[in-house]
Design a protein around this ligand. Structure first.
Ligand code: NAD
Length: 397
């Protein structure tokens, strides 16, 4: 059995209480619009007993001015480097730069979306610096952890944005319209991948009056598709299954070909296709070929929500729209960030829930309790060592 671990932190011992000195820097990638902690979130953590410092201008892209953080009791600083050096915990949306990690002291706890299956340079830097790291992607998908589940909260918004983006670029309307000038048929929308993003995409397209069909390799979702008033496209792929966390398993090459053949006709008849298929810890499966896109009517739209992780659709480029024989192929890039206010609100709420769950009232600090399956799953670096087998294998590959 794992032992409960309290992290020795020389720097912390020298400090007066409160022990958690949390710093929230502006995002390293200047294109990132979300912020990891809202003023309300800061107020909640301060109430718990933490000391919160935020970089000046933290919420300027998501609608949270500095004054709101000050009113909430947070300190503001323009000296990012000094704040990174002084912090005992750092919270941000995306992974830090290697240079930022180099400023953090030993024993600091970093909490963010670390992209642990690809960001090996950052993992190396964290190990070298002995910065402990929580990868929010690795929070187990359990009922208890739902309130901390950043992947879900952000995917939900991305599914919504995907439909609005497609509707905006489509040369038709989505709902049926009966007018004196004639009747307009409802748009046909096909959603591939019915996880969190796909379910929200179905619900959003239905609200706009479209005729919606959906497919997923996990047969368990058929009922959920029906409950949203959409049609489930049945394709017999043989045994597909899912992992204990509910994630899809990777298909064999033969199954991928069967899937393509089964989807080709539905795709050709659709006005909008939205792909959201992911296989956890791996590149997104390539399931829509260029020929399948070419078979769609000119003026149709394809949105590839998996464009940033390898792409479900051949030719999709993250952050770009490509025209294929009159079909607009949009590669999604940070779609949750397009609704940065709500995305930040949800990210912040998830993060505050995470910290609160592990709050040690006496020490006024987070307790890295490895007996808790949530912490055991997401604390991927501890005392300079990577402690997740799946990530270790990906790094060695
Ligand atoms: P995801 O982002 O990993 O993948 C999106 C969807 O793509 C999944 O539904 C997956 O089955 C599907 N997919 C994979 N390969 C495909 C292919 N070749 N063709 C079509 N679809 C394909 O999924 P997610 O949104 O993160 O959800 C994963 C699972 O976790 C789901 O079962 C979801 O219900 C569950 N979940 C549980 C909780 C919880 O209980 N706390 C929270 C969120 C999600």
């Amino acid at each position: 059995m794992l032992k409960t671990t309290k992290i020795p932190n020389a720097a912390r011992r020298q400090e007066e209480e409160p022990l958690m000195h949390l710093f929230v820097p502006k995002e390293h990638d200047s294109r990132e619009t979300r912020t990891a902690l809202t003023p309300d979130g800061a107020a909640q953590l301060i109430k718990l007993g933490a000391e919160v410092t935020v970089e000046a201008g933290l919420g300027e892209k998501s609608g949270f001015p500095d004054a709101l953080y000050e009113n909430a009791g947070a300190r503001l600083t323009s000296d990012r480097n000094a704040a990174l050096q002084a912090a005992s915990a750092v919270l941000q949306v995306c992974k830090p730069s290697v240079a930022d990690v180099a400023l953090m002291k030993e024993g600091t706890l970093l909490i963010c979306l670390l992209e642990p299956f690809t960001s090996f340079d950052v993992l190396d830097a964290l190990e070298k610096q002995k910065v402990n790291a929580v990868s929010l992607e690795m929070i187990p998908r359990t009922t208890l952890a739902q309130k901390m589940d950043v992947l879900s909260s952000q995917a939900n918004l991305a599914g919504y944005v995907a439909v609005l983006t497609a509707a905006n670029r489509l040369s038709q309307v989505l709902p049926m319209m009966m007018t004196p000038a004639g009747t307009l048929k409802p748009a046909r929308v096909f959603i591939i991948g019915v996880g969190v993003a796909g379910l929200q995409a179905i619900a959003t397209a239905k609200r706009l009056g479209a005729r919606v069909e959906a497919f997923d390799t996990r047969p368990a979702v058929e009922e959920q598709v029906h409950s949203l008033g959409a049609k489930f496209v049945k394709i017999d792929l043989g045994e597909t299954g899912q992992t204990k966390d509910g994630y899809a398993k990777e298909l064999t090459e033969e199954q991928k070909e069967l899937q393509k053949a089964g989807m080709a006709k539905v795709i050709a008849q659709s006005d909008i296709v939205i792909t959201t298929a992911q296989v956890f810890g791996k590149s997104a499966p390539r399931i829509v070929s260029r020929a399948m896109v070419e078979a769609m009517k000119p003026g149709s739209v394809v949105v590839d929500l998996a464009a940033e992780t390898g792409g479900n659709v051949e030719g999709a480029q993250a952050g770009a729209e490509v025209n294929i024989n009159g079909v607009r192929l949009i590669g999604a890039e940070n779609f949750a960030g397009r609704v940065a206010g709500h995305a930040s609100q949800m990210f912040s709420s998830n993060s505050v829930n995470f910290i609160t769950h592990f709050w040690d009232k006496e020490n006024k600090d987070i307790h890295l309790n490895l007996e808790d399956e949530i912490m055991d799953g997401c604390l991927i670096i501890l005392n300079g060592a990577l402690r997740n087998e799946m990530i270790r294998k990906a790094r060695q590959a």
